[in-house]
Design a protein. Structure first.
Length: 256
């Protein structure tokens, strides 16, 4: 059917034409410019072709490409993050069962022991949002490293404490430095594609569970060598964890 035989509404309707990997807007009734014949295939015999910009790559596609690039380069950090959280929770598990017995050596009563346990969670409640906001500005890796080495310092202070006040100082520092678990979860979200994110978060949960299983057992075994030995061992474990992250954990946020 010739173009003039088409209904008026159909003839005047703009057409979208694809050619050479792009999309073109065809307006009936305009003359074809010289050289445009090979650039677009019009649905009508007379057209003026305008290029439509290609849509930008979607965020999931960018994340899949970034994740695939990291795996191809051998820099997938999921195993390192898992080990980091696991060792951190092992150190935490070493301390918790022995904390009341250790505090009694400094004259701590039931109320003081309860506050030694509670002040850790209180510091996490106060500082977790701050660590998260800081990691958005300076990066995940520096915040995780500060938390790991800070935890080592807190366990060392606790193991070498000579008074109840020093015990409280050690627990406060441990709570502040242990409040960056959310940063580890944000790290997982940074380096995984959407379809793999649940798996990454599950690895964090598994590291929590395994840390609480092995930590108390290790602490109980080390307590036979002295009251302070489990705390010093937790300090050494946290320091080794920090060194591992320092050498093997890349930054997850792209450079601006």
């Amino acid at each position: 059917m010739p173009p003039n035989a088409l209904p008026h509404a159909v003839r005047d309707r703009p057409h979208v034409v694809t050619a050479h990997g792009g999309a073109y807007l065809s307006r009936p009734g305009s003359p074809i410019r010289r050289g445009d014949e090979g650039k677009a295939r019009s649905l009508s015999s007379r057209s003026d072709t305008l290029a439509v910009p290609a849509a930008p790559r979607s965020a999931p596609a960018r994340e899949r490409a970034r994740s695939g690039h990291e795996r191809a380069a051998g820099r997938s950090p999921l195993a390192v993050v898992f080990l980091t959280v696991f060792l951190d929770l092992v150190g935490f598990g070493i301390v918790i069962p022995l904390l009341p017995l250790y505090a009694e050596r400094f004259g701590a009563g039931p109320v003081a022991v309860a506050w030694l346990v509670a002040v850790y969670s209180l510091m996490q409640l106060l500082f977790a949002p701050w660590w998260g906001a800081l990691s958005d500005r300076v990066g995940r890796r520096p915040v995780l490293l500060v938390g790991l080495f800070g935890s080592a310092a807190s366990y060392l202070l606790f193991g070498l404490a000579g008074s109840l006040a020093a015990l409280f100082a050690g627990r406060v520092l441990a709570g502040v430095m242990g409040a960056n678990v959310g940063v580890a979860q944000a790290y997982i979200a940074d380096v995984t594609a959407p379809e793999e994110r649940a798996k990454g978060m599950g690895m964090i949960g598994a590291a929590f569970g395994l840390g609480f299983i092995f930590g108390p057992a290790i602490g109980g075994a080390l307590s036979h060598f002295g009251h302070a030995v489990p705390f010093l061992a937790a300090a050494g474990l946290a320091a080794a964890n920090g060194l591992l992250a320092l050498g093997r954990l890349p930054e997850s946020l792209p450079a601006d």
